[in-house]
Design a protein around this ligand. Sequence first.
Ligand SMILES: Cc1cc2nc3c(=O)[nH]c(=O)nc-3n(C[C@H](O)[C@H](O)[C@H](O)COP(=O)(O)OP(=O)(O)OC[C@H]3O[C@@H](n4cnc5c(N)ncnc54)[C@H](O)[C@@H]3O)c2cc1C
Length: 396
Amino acid sequence: MQNRRVLISGASVAGPALAFWLRRHGFTPTVIERAPSLREGGYAVDFRGASLRVLDRMGLLGQVEAAATNMGEVSYVDADDRTLVVTPPTFQSGELEILRGDLSRILYDATKDDVEYVFGDSITGVTEHGAGVTVTFERGEPREFDLVVGADGLHSNVRSLVFGDESWYRRDLGYYVSIFTVPNHLGLDHVGRFYNEPNRTIGVYSARDNAEAKALFWFGSEPLAYDHRDVEQQRGIVEEAFADTGWETPALLRRMHEAPDFYFDSASQIKMDTYSNGRVALVGDAAYCAAPLSGMGTSLAIVGAYVLAGELAAAGGDHTTAFTTYHDEMREFVAVCQKLGEGNGKWFVPQTRAWIRMRNLNLRLLPHLPWRKVIEQLPLKAGNAITLKEYAKVPA
Ligand SMILES: Cc1cc2nc3c(=O)[nH]c(=O)nc-3n(C[C@H](O)[C@H](O)[C@H](O)COP(=O)(O)OP(=O)(O)OC[C@H]3O[C@@H](n4cnc5c(N)ncnc54)[C@H](O)[C@@H]3O)c2cc1C
């Protein structure tokens, strides 16, 4: 086996999952994460289709199931909190749902004993030479690796360093999203309540067995110029976008300022013709972000990590062969999942009152429509749009 020393940038979902499989296949992964410690907290993410089989092959399905959100129905309500329409659990929560931070913790715990994790640092330079890659860091000393993988999300640092400017690959879908933790002041019991005004969706769903709730703000907008690290500025953008919005909005906005885990970003996709350049590859959102509206990002990250590690093992560590087959295996799956993300916005964040009414009517009629199953099965079909190979493991 060649090219055993693999540096992975990012310790959220794709990074630790890749480290898990690389280790199983006999590689020596190192994971570097910019945050000072594992980033816990955050929003709910779903698994559909093939990703569940990967979790099962990792032996982690039981742990993920034990930490599942067990979310029930989500209701769309009017300004007086009267229910207009109720959607079934699978609509928002997939086949299995867990908080992203809990998933990160499970993946980290499963790898930390035999994978080197470096927190609080970031790659500053990647220089490829004949036999490997010299990597420089913000804090640590330069090190030698055989391969480098960017698992560092939508705004991937590795992608910028090795593949070029983010703007070449990022496609904004025309929406922004903010999510943060709030007290469960509505007393929600494993359910969510969503409210719409034109171009705006506000939601709140219970989390951690109702001990807290997640507030969710979506709005449609032209691209906004803002500083990715300036949280105060981002809170200001959310406040402005939702000024004069009814229902629970003012109460949730007041709580935004105390939230421990404020998140704000554009709903964007990453589209690339190739996921590798020489000895450097990308996985998860860094390579093929499908946008939160797809509900497929976590599935893509988990499956992508499995395929990338498996192909490297199958090629005996030959990165040129492995990176090509990794791309070939993933391409169709990525396209199907991204398509799902592109179409969902107009339903989830309707632009006009007429569209809000039409959406609600459709949801109300859905249980009685003959093509109900087809619509309900769409995300599941996307989740299964890949046939997983069996990759031989190095005996432990
Ligand atoms: C609001 C929201 C809701 C979502 N809902 C769903 C859902 O319902 N279902 C679903 O499947 N998916 C959902 N997703 C998508 C899902 O969260 C991502 O697709 C998934 O987390 C991808 O994992 P990743 O590891 O590729 O990237 P990320 O989770 O983005 O992780 C990237 C990691 O890299 C680290 N990092 C960043 N820069 C550097 C650097 N310079 N050096 C080192 N480390 C760095 C970050 O700190 C982070 O830990 C949602 C996403 C959002 C934003």
